[in-house]
Ligand binder design. Structure first.
Ligand code: SF4
Length: 443
């Protein structure tokens, strides 16, 4: 009986792919083990930023004392990092014996089985066809949180934003069939999941490639009506594809479809949005936000922002600062631009010096933290239905949950309340989370 350990880094799609690989390995008779007892350590890594890749490089360096020269234990590098730099990792470290990309997770279980019987071999499952896809059909029921599940609805991306490596490592945009998605959502609901998040690099484009086409709004409606899910969320959205029919379905199916949207803006300057190949203007973005906020009064709106993209002037950066003040997002995932080899922005000569990028990052983080604190403080005294989905990381006897708008709330409570929805009064709003007290249980 072979043993594996799997570590997933980066986005929820990598976690979901990791769960699928685990499920398929367990089905083939493998068992999960602590890392220092495993025959194979699978590193399902992320390549979105240089920092993400460095985490896996340093894990590989630390593996040296464990390397068994007879061929095991060994490391399998999978995910976006496998596609991007996995081959380089395998030539540098003899203990990397398996490499595959995110479009080939279906090759992992059989590949690892083969390698266990061939100690001298290495196995690379990479190819240059960006539309090839080799999936795992099992529903991943090994998820970390029993109350929440993630369902990938699209793979890859065709948008080619100037700074982003995703289209190169995850390949062309492909929608899964509505039937397979509904079946998976139902399986999770039957397995006890209360909240389902539909995942994709650009979920709003869902179904454009299907024949006949099947819009994202129709998929959302089907999931709300036909699966029994208590709560549905989706991530990530692209502003160019967030059409009014999606807002309409969200409004129609409250409270099942949660009023929370992540709508990455990336810059407040139209000049930068064009350089980034984002295909919308600030004014178009504003119209979508107005539509969402008028249809869903308790909307939780989060965004993503990059500072220091090549060519970003002080004036462009000032537009981003103004934009944060205007939209007052609940949360913004900010990042200093990090060049990714092979992307359009990495080739530009007008790169911004690291010190300037860091200073811009400091300014937007300070501003956004203050805005989030003000928004959260304004919620004190209000009551929300909160799904209690985990132990709080800080302290005994504390649970955490999420409001429909996706804000984290910490409450006092015993573990018997996990998986229940409670009516919670907010007693304190800080920059990063809310504190509340349970008034009564709702289910
Ligand atoms: S939409 Fe742009 S940023 Fe998002 S995955 Fe696609 S290329 Fe990357």
């Amino acid at each position: 009986m072979y043993r594996f350990a799997l570590k997933a880094y980066g986005c929820q799609m990598n976690v979901y792919d990791g769960d699928k690989m685990k499920t398929a390995l367990l089905a083939r008779g493998w068992t999960e083990a602590p890392e220092d007892e495993a025959d194979v350590v699978i590193l399902n890594g992320c390549s979105i930023r240089d920092k993400s890749e460095q985490k896996v490089w340093s894990e590989l360096g630390r593996f040296a004392p464990r390397w068994g020269r007879e061929g095991r234990p060994f490391v399998a590098v999978t995910g976006c990092i496998g596609q991007n730099v996995g081959a380089a990792m395998a030539s540098r470290f003899p203990w990397v014996r398996f490499v595959s990309g995110p479009r080939h997770i279906g090759a992992v279980p059989e590949g690892l089985d083969l390698l266990m019987g061939c100690p001298g071999e290495k196995f690379f499952h990479l190819d240059d066809d960006p539309s090839a896809f080799f999936d795992i059909s099992e529903v991943p029921l090994t998820r970390a949180n029993p109350w929440k599940a993630f369902v990938t609805i699209t793979h890859g991306c065709d948008n080619f934003c100037s700074y982003c490596i995703v289209p190169y490592v995850r390949g062309r945009f492909v929608s899964r069939s509505p039937g397979a998605i509904l079946e998976e959502v139902r399986a999770f609901v039957q397995d006890g999941a209360r909240e389902i998040t539909l995942l994709g690099q650009n979920v709003n484009s869902y179904g454009k490639d299907l024949s006949p086409s099947f819009p994202f709004s129709a998929l959302l409606r089907e999931c709300a009506v036909k699966t029994g899910a208590d709560r549905l969320r989706f991530v990530t959205s692209h502003p160019q594809d967030f059409t009014p029919d999606i807002v309409e379905v969200m409004k129609e199916h409250q409270p099942v479809i949660c009023p929370s949207v992540n709508l990455p803006i990336q810059s407040g300057s139209d000049r930068m949005l064009a350089l980034m190949n984002r295909k919308y203007t600030l004014s178009q973005y504003r119209s979508t936000v107005e539509l969402l906020r008028s249809a869903l009064p308790d909307l939780g709106l989060t965004s993503d922002l990059i500072v220091g993209h090549p060519g970003e002037t002080e004036e462009d950066f000032a537009r981003s600062v103004d934009m944060l003040r205007e939209f007052r997002f609940d949360l913004v995932h900010t990042a200093a631009y990090s060049p990714r080899k092979g992307t359009a922005a990495a080739e530009r000569e007008d790169q911004i010096p690291p010190a300037v990028k860091m200073e811009r990052l400091r300014i937007v983080n300070t501003l956004q933290s203050a805005i989030a604190g003000e928004i959260n403080a304004s919620l004190e005294g209000r009551t929300f239905p909160v799904l209690l989905d985990d132990r709080a990381p800080r302290g005994e006897g504390l649970l955490q949950g999420r409001t429909p708008s996706d804000k984290v709330v910490i409450v006092e409570g015993g573990e018997d309340l996990l998986g229940r929805t409670a009516s919670v009064e907010i007693t304190r709003g800080d920059n990063w989370c809310l504190t509340g007290k349970i008034l009564f249980l709702l289910d």
